[in-house]
Structures are given as C-alpha cells and as structure tokens.
Design a protein around this ligand. Structure first.
Ligand code: ZN
Length: 132
C-alpha cells in the first residue's frame, strides 16, 4: 500500500491554492467539482504523493463540517490499494469500522472509501483505487 494523497480542507481554493503552488513550486490541476462529496477539488502532484485541496460547496459537506469543528487542515490521508472492494471486505471481516462499505467515486474518477476514525486512532483514512 502506498500513500496516494493528503486531503487538506480549506475554506477557499482561490486563497489557499496559490500558497501551496508556491511551496511546492508546481501548478495545481484544474479544479474539479465532485458533487457526491460536495466539494471542489484540485491536486498538486508531487513525486511520491499528491496534495488534494478541498473546498466545500455546501454547509452539509463533510469538509464544511470538518472546518467548522477543527478549522482548516489535513482532513484525511489516502492510501492506494489495487482492489478496493477486496480491501474493504478484508477490513470489515477484521473488525475495522467503515464509513463506506461500498466504494464511491472521488476526484479523477478514483474509487474511494473512508474508514471510520473510531477504528483508526482518530485519523480519517481513505482507500483509493485508480480505475484504468
Ligand atoms: Zn482524498
């Protein structure tokens, strides 16, 4: 399993993205709206993982709720798996609590699913599978 990306919750992409572009000396990808997650998202692609920058589009978005409770910051850590359904089944059988029992579609058409932070030391972990 390898680190796929860090998900960073921000109030405003237009405020935050230029700062990250400067830090990493790299242009972010075009902004994509992921309606299922109620976010607008872009990525900065680094050598070993991506930085995923997320802005809520709705007060009911998990990103909006995160910012309301904890302020801006790292919201989730995403790990790449070859077969997300298999991983979810194995984790469920192993007693790990899942937020998503079935994969959903995230940015760039990746299949994603979140594990429950109650099972993972308070860290919101995402599994992600690239679709060929
Ligand atoms: Zn993510």
């Amino acid at each position: 399993m390898k680190l796929e990306h860090l998900g960073i919750a921000v109030k405003s992409l237009s405020d935050s993205v230029p700062v990250f572009e400067k830090i990493f000396n790299k242009k972010a990808t075009d902004i994509e709206e992921v309606s299922e997650q109620k976010v607008r998202v872009c990525k900065i692609k680094l050598e070993n993982c991506d930085i995923e920058i997320l802005e809520p589009t709705d007060p009911e978005s998990p990103i909006a709720k995160f910012i309301e409770k904890r302020g801006e910051g790292i919201q989730h850590i995403s790990f790449e798996v070859p077969d997300i359904k298999q991983s979810l089944n194995e984790l469920k059988e192993g007693g790990v609590r899942l937020i998503n029992e079935e994969p959903r579609t995230g940015a760039e058409g990746m299949l994603i699913a979140f594990l429950h932070p109650k099972s993972t030391a308070g860290i919101l972990m995402e599994l992600a599978q690239h679709q060929k």
